[in-house]
Write a protein that binds this ligand. Structure first.
Ligand code: SAH
Ligand code: SF4
Length: 411
């Protein structure tokens, strides 16, 4: 999501006549696009922003901007602690930064209910950088699910959906500029009321060769979505469906509106209908009240589904959320132990899923000279002839690792 916003911002700057700088030391404008999903991300952003002080002292004309969720949430603190930051801008107001810079503005510009609702349109101005072949297209903003641990609804606002027409218009523009892969984005992308029509519409656009969508909310996954993916070659066999926990009672306290059984049902349906599809997920360990037994249910979930890849996090209490009022009773050492144990089990499952591909030929879109991704979003490194970014190549897989594949280029 942030990457998509950063790219759009870059495109707006480019169309206003700016040129991307090689690094921050030579930049006239520096924008930090921040995230506040976990405390760690915020701490990192804060320390990066702090370190820019010397740049401002060296060249006072440099404009420094903190943008995004963390900037929205910690605006006062940033103003107080980091006076060298000129602009503090909320996540939906980020696209106004070029205008603010032009007008020499400084100060705090948090999102308002209006900016959250609106989707800026500047499709005609897109200045595609040659090396990017993926177009990131948000189809919704914000989220209204209020999972008890999650700060998103508070910093990004409730959900707002773009119309199918608007989404298709943008995708068409991207495709005609050579972006052959489209990634549809949203916090619960499959909750979009026109989701299925969007999938069908985008995948039938001329020039679009791959379409994927993240993130799918488990409670809104249904068999029809799987059927559409299975019946549409352009739709990638890739499902990112964060389950968070394998324990029924933890899911309940997380306010995730699905059961373990619902999740297994859809995961097994995917495995049956699209056996090569990658299923990836997110887990939180050490949620308030998570017992050893609850955690065992999470390990069992991995054993049952065999996720192709899992992103695992230690629970981090976030301000404003309802879970932050619960007792954060799993101590740090135990969280670390659970995380390590879960990572071991997840890596094994990922390796096993990747091993299935040994000896097979896969189609890879190059992102670098000798690596790229399969439709199922697996990273492949190959030996043999190099490729241009975006070029499709065929690779025969000869080695599987937990998080990537290796092979020889065939064409
Ligand atoms: N919209 C997505 C999640 C977006 S946040 C969904 O509903 O699945 C990305 C991931 O960060 C989440 O899936 C969760 O695993 C993790 N995360 C979010 N809040 C967290 C918190 N307070 N502590 C630890 N991990 C968290
Ligand atoms: Fe956060 Fe839940 Fe919305 Fe995902 S679905 S962004 S975890 S509130």
């Amino acid at each position: 999501m942030n990457k998509a916003d950063s790219r759009r911002l870059l495109e707006i700057f480019i169309s206003a006549g700016y040129i991307p700088a090689d690094d921050k030391n030579t930049a006239d404008v520096i924008v930090y696009n921040t995230c506040s999903v976990r405390g760690h991300a915020e701490d990192k952003a804060m320390s990066h922003l702090g370190r820019l002080k010397f740049l401002k002292e060296r060249s006072p004309g440099t404009v420094i901007c903190a943008a995004g969720c963390m900037a929205q949430r910690m605006k006062e603190e940033i103003r107080e602690r980091l006076p060298h930051i000129d602009l503090v801008v909320g996540p939906s107001s980020i696209f106004r930064v070029p205008e603010m810079v032009r007008e020499n503005l400084s100060g705090v510009y948090p999102d308002t209910p209006d900016t959250v609702k609106e989707f800026s349109e500047y499709i005609d101005d897109i200045n595609l950088e040659k090396e990017e072949y993926t177009g990131y297209v948000p189809i919704m903003k914000g989220c209204g699910n209020f999972c008890s641990y999650c700060i998103v609804p508070y910093v990004r606002g409730r959900e707002h959906y773009r119309s199918k027409e608007e989404v298709l218009k943008e995708c068409r523009a991207l495709a005609s500029r050579g972006q052959r892969e489209i990634m549809l984005l949203g916090q619960a992308v499959n909750a979009h009321p026109q989701f299925k029509d969007i999938l069908k519409g985008v995948s039938s656009l001329k020039g679009v060769e791959r379409v994927r969508f993240v993130t799918s909310y488990p409670g809104k996954m249904d068999r029809e979505i799987v059927d559409i993916v299975s019946g549409t070659p352009v739709l990638c066999d890739y499902f990112h469906i964060p389950v968070q926990s394998g324990s029924e009672s933890v899911l309940k306290r997380m306010n995730r509106k699905y059961t373990v059984e619902d999740f297994l049902d859809i995961a097994f349906y995917i495995r049956e209908k699209v056996p090569d599809a990658a299923i990836t997920t997110d887990f939180i360990v050490g949620f308030p009240g998570e017992t050893r037994d609850d955690f065992k249910r999470t390990l069992e979930m991995v054993e049952k589904v065999r996720f192709d890849q899992s992103f695992t996090f230690k629970y981090s209490p976030r301000p404003l959320t309802s879970a932050s009022k619960m007792d954060d009773d799993v101590n740090e050492d135990e969280k670390k132990r659970r995380l390590a144990e879960l990572n071991r089990v997840c890596s094994r499952a990922g390796l096993e899923r990747n091993r299935r591909l040994i000896g097979r030929k896969v189609r890879v879109f190059a992102s670098e000279a000798r690596s790229g991704r399969t439709g199922s979003y697996k990273i492949v490194h190959w030996e043999g002839k190099g490729a241009q970014p975006g070029e499709p190549v065929t690779v025969k897989v000869n080695q599987a690792l937990p998080h990537s594949l290796k092979g020889l280029r065939e064409d």
